[in-house]
Design a protein around this ligand. Structure first.
Ligand code: ADP
Length: 398
């Protein structure tokens, strides 16, 4: 059984075709510059590639290019649509409406659209992509939506409420929703497998550290708290995002520099974080290289990032009254041994002991703590596409 996984942005469309019989990727690809020019790069599992530039005024042309790549190009992997059993879409914001994945219906599309106010960069693009996908593949192939927020819907009110006047929660649904839920779910499930224990019996902290970063506390098998909030700006510093700070700093800057709410939003989302502090780049590799070469602001950015990550982990250890396992994932989490070593050494008071040799690893699933460590520490490459495909299969099998 083959499942087609779609991750659509406003100008891009990432996809994978996954064979669920053995959970292998048959093909994956990316359409870029949708609405501007248009280009597709597609790769089959055996290494055959298809790349071309072709006009993509809308997502419909992008899907047409994907269909050509999958069914007709030199890197084709299927003969017809009939081979695709279902399509799974990644959706960034499900608000408090979607507590799990579900089949796409007109009502669901409308609800995702309405939630667009809380994810203006993502949900409107998802809606456009779902409609274009139905137009391309017809309505005989079931389509499922999988939300980045739904794993976090188990948070108790004391974790998701902000201490603002209650009316903003009631009237505008302002509260913490979290993000990266599909990844935290996938990684915490893997931790339970590697621990050979029921997830319900574990206290787990999952650290998804990529361009966007979030940390989640998983207790009794479900999300107890997470660092991202009303939007994916909350938490700790990221590539270009500030993470949490005193809101008064923002009102002060806005007043002093005569900036609008939209200006402040842009500064916090696009000009802050590793980029804003270092002045070098949003990419951790560049910032680390600059720090190594003596750039003081780059060093400061790295030091701040590590310190903030450590503090979040510490706060979740307190929130759960302990921790059994901590897992690192995402581009940084999977590839930055120094950050992992910093965190582990600063948890030494809890008996955390890192295996320095194992910790040299990059991008593979491995336990990096010693056998006598008080807490198990893992590196677990995330696989959000597979998680979406699994959910999609579960929904259509109901
Ligand atoms: P996204 O959130 O866009 O999916 P990724 O999970 O790919 O992003 O993470 C991107 C981040 O991972 C970048 O900051 C990049 O520098 C970092 N990264 C990727 N590979 C390495 C590496 N080998 N060493 C250190 N950092 C890395």
């Amino acid at each position: 059984m083959k499942i087609f996984v779609v991750n659509a942005g406003s100008s891009s469309l990432k996809y994978q075709l996954i064979d669920m019989d053995n959970e292998s990727v048959l093909a994956k690809g990316l359409c870029e510059r949708i609405g501007v020019t248009g280009a597709i790069s597609h790769k089959a599992a055996d290494g055959r590639e298809y790349k071309t530039e072709t006009p993509m005024p809308t997502h419909s042309e992008a899907f047409a290019a994907v269909v050509y790549a999958m069914m007709k190009s030199e890197a084709k992997v299927i003969d017809s649509f009939d081979e695709i059993s279902a399509i799974g879409h990644r959706i960034v914001q499900g608000g408090a409406i979607f507590k799990g994945s579900c089949l796409v219906t007109d009502k669901v599309i409308e609800q995702i659209s309405e939630l667009g106010a809380m994810a203006p960069l993502h949900n409107p693009a998802h809606v456009i992509a779902i409609k274009a996908c139905i137009k391309t593949f017809g309505d005989k192939i079931p389509q499922v939506v999988v939300f980045d927020t739904s794993f976090h819907q188990t948070m108790p009110p004391k974790a998701y409420m902000y201490a603002l006047p209650y009316e903003y929660y009631e009237r505008l649904a302002v509260r913490k929703y979290g993000a990266h839920g599909t990844s935290h779910h996938f990684v915490s499930d893997r931790v339970a497998v590697l621990e050979n224990k029921d997830k319900k019996d574990l206290k787990i902290i999952t650290c998804h550290l990529g361009n966007g970063c979030s940390i989640t506390a998983v207790k009794d098998g479900v999300c107890a708290d997470t660092s991202m909030g009303f939007t994916p700006l909350d938490g700790f510093m990221m590539g270009t995002r500030s993470g949490s700070l005193d809101p008064s700093a923002l009102t002060y800057i806005a007043e002093k520099d005569n900036l609008s709410a939209a200006d402040i939003n842009t500064i916090c989302n696009k000009k802050s974080g590793m980029l804003g502090v270092s002045g070098v780049s949003n990419d951790n590799r560049d910032v680390a290289a600059a720090a190594e070469a003596g750039n003081k602001r780059a060093r400061l950015a790295i030091d701040m990032q590590r310190y903030q990550i450590l503090k979040f982990i510490g706060s979740y250890i307190a929130a759960m009254n302990g921790v059994d396992a901590i897992a690192f994932t995402g581009g940084i989490g999977e590839n930055d041994p120094e950050l992992r070593e910093y965190v582990c050494e600063n948890l030494g008071y809890m008996g955390v002991k890192i295996d320095k040799e194992a910790n040299k690893c990059r991008g593979k699933e491995i336990k990096i703590s010693t056998e006598d460590s008080g807490v198990d520490i893992f590196v677990i490459p995330t696989n959000e596409e597979l998680a979406i495909a699994r959910d999609t299969l579960a929904i259509i099998s109901k």
